[in-house]
Structures are given as structure tokens and as C-alpha cells.
Design a protein around this ligand. Structure first.
Ligand code: HSE
Length: 440
């Protein structure tokens, strides 16, 4: 059989990783796919750059349109990232009848509904395993391996840069900015690291996971997003002393009122396996009604882990080239006409537990005022801890852990507490999830 010809858009770190994996494991990949997978053309901005991969048999061009219009090419691998140019090229490739494999989470999260609709019309595949959690086969696992389940919720550490920063703050007492610089040096931060530390990258990935878990359209713009930029070392250390770890979690959960879709710093009990996912590693905890809790762990970024997902998608595409398009696995796991438009819950309606840190004057009655406000708003306290005052200060840090309460009640409680004369500064608030599931 003739090889399947591939065109690549972008030949940076991940592109070269893909070339290398295809070259090194070519024979086994052919045995799996049934046909050789051959990259024949790639576009890159700098044609003269020395790359850490062999360019043998690959024609390098500077115009990406040349690749998506090349009649020889059956599958396009999109690795240029970003929004508009990637969207234009992917839509053009699909219109030209080409299948697409992409690692671009922003593209799928924002334009996925449009891209999948065109792909369905043109009877081509758009595969995006590499877009979420790098090398972890989480898309395939949720879409196919867990297809017998009603997925109840999922929670993931899906941004390696943020996880690396939080780990450095905890283990080494590092400053936020130093840890970020190191993540950039190691090469897993986005081109604009605000995407990592402001939670945007994680929100893109979460929107994709929620769509395939619940059979809903992509609704990235309705998700709640809060990054890690306001996290202090003090909170990381207090949380640790209370038996909790701080992680940037993406959480998607079905409730009677709608779907929770939220990314924010979250305290989780240290005994949970996912609380021990450190450095730039990723993990996704998926709770299905039949299987129970499952945990997927691995590298969320990097040249070859991401290439692992891209090549697996290429194998999938090649295996099903001749299959009736209606019999292929649907892009979003559920048949396109069976997607259900469930509402996304506004964050004010979400229920969670909280860690609060107050800076309170150390005198009788102060805690009574605070607990009265919490009681008036129906907020139960799980524990209270008063720390030593810092040298020369009359105010002391007070940590309160609460039971589950709606965010709007907590907002009101914090507003009232901040008005007390005895409370200095703003109240620090971090959401806390027990992720109740035995042994995981
Ligand atoms: N910047 C991303 C991360 C890379 O830190 O996880 C993979 O999407």
C-alpha cells in the first residue's frame, strides 16, 4: 500500500518531536496503522534554522497555504498554535477534504463547534488528543474507554506550568516570578505565559474535556477562570500545615441546575493521589457511575509526550480512512445530533468549601463577630486556626475552613467580614474540594 502523505503546519519543538517519533518508531507505527505515515511537506517561518530532527524527504516551505492546498497530502498536522491563522488554515484544509490532527487547545475550545460542523459536512476527521494534557490519552479514554458510563465529574491538573510554579513555591519556598522564569526556561510555558498563570490554557482544556464527558457543545466562554497570580507562599504553607495541597484545578461537574465549569486554585486533601502530582506533570481524575473514580497521569507537555498523542491520532486517522464517515468515533464522543445544550452554572451558584484567611485584631469578641456573620449566611465552620502575630503586628492571621456553601453566600459573608473594624486587609479566599472518592 502507498504511504499516507502528511503535511505539517509548524515545525518547532513539537513538530520536530513528531518527526523524530515517526522516524524512530516508523516500523511499529506502520504495523499498527496498516500503512506507512510519511511527512512530505512542512511549513515554517525560518527555513534556514537548524532543527533537532532529520528533514530527509520533507519539503520545507514558508507559505502554509501551499501545504493545505497540496493535492498529494491527505492529513494536515496543525502545530502553529494561536487562534485566527490556525482557524483559517484548518477550515481551508477541511474544505479541501483533508483530515486534521491538531495540538491546538485554543483553536478547538473556541472554534471547535464550527470546525467539527464543517468536518462532518466534508466527511473528514479532526483529531485533537494532543490538545489536552499532552501525552496522556485522556480524550480517547473518556470518549471511548469510558463510553459505557455516565460521567459525573472530572477534575484535572491540566496546566503543567502552574503546577510547576505551585510545587516550587511549596517545596523550595520559591517566589512566583522565579518559578515562572524557570518554567519558561524549561520550555513548557506558553509563548505568552499569562495563558498559563491566568488559567486560560487550563480553561481551554477543561471546556474540551467537559464537552466529551457530558455530550455538550464547547462552551469555553462560559467557564469561570481564575489563575494562580494572587497565591502567596503564606497560603501554600498554611494549607500544607492543615493537610491540604494547593493545585490549579479544572473542574467540570453535572448538577441538577446545570454544569459546573471552573478553573481556579483549589485546596485538596493531601491524601488524594492527585494532590501528589507535582512539577510539570498533569493528571485528570474522572468519576464515572460504573467504573468509579479513575486517574490518568503523565507528562502534559514537551516535544515527545505531545508527539506521542499526535502520532496516535495519525494512526487512528489512517486506520479509518476507508471507513464510512458515519461509523467513525464522533468528534465530541456523542453523535452530533445528540449533543445536549445543558446550561453552565454561574460561579455564584456553585457550591464548594472554602479556606479563608483573615487578618484580625487580637482581642475578645472578634472571632464571635466573624462566626456570627458566617452563621447568619448559613455557613458551617469546619475548623479555625489562629496563628502567631508577625513581629511588631497587633493583627493575627486567622484561618477558617468552611463546609460547602454557595459562592454567592460566601461573597456576601466576605463583604460583611471586611467591613468589621477588627479586620485588617482583604480576606484571602481559596476554594477547597474534597474530591470524595475512596483510594484515589
Ligand atoms: N503551557 C502548557 C502547560 C503546555 O504548561 O501545560 C501544554 O499545553
Amino acid at each position: 500500500m502507498k504511504p499516507v502523505k502528511i503535511g505539517m503546519l509548524g515545525l518547532g519543538t513539537v513538530g520536530c518531536g513528531t518527526v523524530n517519533v515517526l522516524a524512530r518508531n516508523g516500523q511499529e507505527i506502520t504495523r499498527r496503522a496498516g500503512r506507512e505515515i510519511k511527512i512530505v511537506q512542512a511549513c515554517a517561518r525560518d527555513l534556514s534554522k537548524i532543527r533537532p530532527c532529520s528533514m530527509e524527504g520533507i519539503q520545507l516551505v514558508s507559505d502554509p497555504h501551499q501545504v493545505v492546498r497540496n493535492p498529494e497530502i491527505e492529513v494536515i498536522v496543525e502545530l502553529i498554535g494561536g487562534y485566527e491563522l490556525a482557524r483559517t488554515l484548518v477550515l481551508e484544509a477541511i474544505a479541501n477534504g483533508k483530515h486534521v490532527v491538531t495540538a491546538n487547545k485554543a483553536l478547538i475550545a473556541i472554534y471547535g463547534n464550527e470546525i467539527f460542523a464543517l468536518a462532518q459536512k466534508k466527511k473528514v476527521m479532526v483529531a485533537f488528543e494532543a490538545a489536552v494534557a499532552g501525552g496522556i490519552p485522556i480524550i480517547k479514554s473518556v470518549r471511548e474507554g469510558l463510553a459505557g458510563n455516565r460521567i459525573e465529574w472530572l477534575a484535572g491538573i491540566i496546566n503543567g506550568t502552574s503546577n510547576y510554579i505551585l510545587t516550587q513555591m511549596r517545596d523550595k519556598g520559591a517566589d512566583f516570578s522565579d518559578a515562572l522564569k524557570e518554567a519558561q526556561r524549561l520550555g513548557f510555558a506558553e509563548a505568552d505565559p499569562a495563558y498559563d498563570v491566568e488559567g486560560i490554557d487550563a480553561t481551554h482544556k477543561l471546556a474540551i474535556l467537559a464537552a466529551i464527558a457530558f455530550g455538550i457543545p464547547l462552551k469555553c466562554e462560559q467557564a469561570y477562570t481564575e489563575g494562580i497570580t494572587k497565591i502567596t507562599r503564606m497560603d501554600v504553607q498554611y494549607a500544607e500545615k492543615l493537610g491540604y495541597r494547593l493545585k490549579l484545578l479544572g473542574i467540570a461537574r453535572r448538577t441538577n441546575g446545570g454544569v459546573e465549569l471552573r478553573v481556579h486554585p483549589t485546596l485538596i486533601p493531601e491524601r488524594r493521589l492527585i494532590a501528589n502530582v507535582d512539577g510539570a506533570m498533569n493528571a485528570v481524575l474522572v468519576k464515572g457511575d460504573a467504573v468509579g473514580p479513575t486517574l490518568f497521569y503523565g507528562a502534559g507537555a514537551g516535544a515527545e509526550p505531545t508527539a506521542s498523542a499526535i502520532v496516535a491520532d495519525l494512526v487512528d486517522v489512517v486506520r479509518t480512512l476507508t471507513v464510512d464517515p458515519n461509523s467513525r468515533v464522533p468528534h465530541l464522543a456523542f453523535q452530533p445530533d445528540a449533543l445536549v445544550d445543558m446550561p453552565i452554572l454561574p460561579i455564584e451558584e456553585v457550591e464548594t468549601s472554602y479556606y479563608l484567611r483573615l487578618h484580625a485584631i487580637d482581642r475578645p469578641g472578634v472571632l464571635a463577630d466573624v462566626t456570627r456573620i458566617l452563621a447568619d449566611l448559613g455557613i458551617s465552620i469546619e475548623s479555625i486556626l489562629q496563628k502567631e502575630p508577625n513581629v511588631g503586628e497587633v493583627a493575627v492571621p486567622v484561618i477558617i475552613l468552611t463546609q460547602r456553601v454557595k459562592e454567592k453566600n460566601m461573597n456576601e459573608a466576605i463583604a460583611r467580614i471586611e467591613k468589621l473594624d477588627s479586620i485588617k486587609d482583604r480576606v484571602a479566599r481559596i476554594r477547597l474540594e474534597h474530591l470524595n472518592c475512596e483510594w484515589v
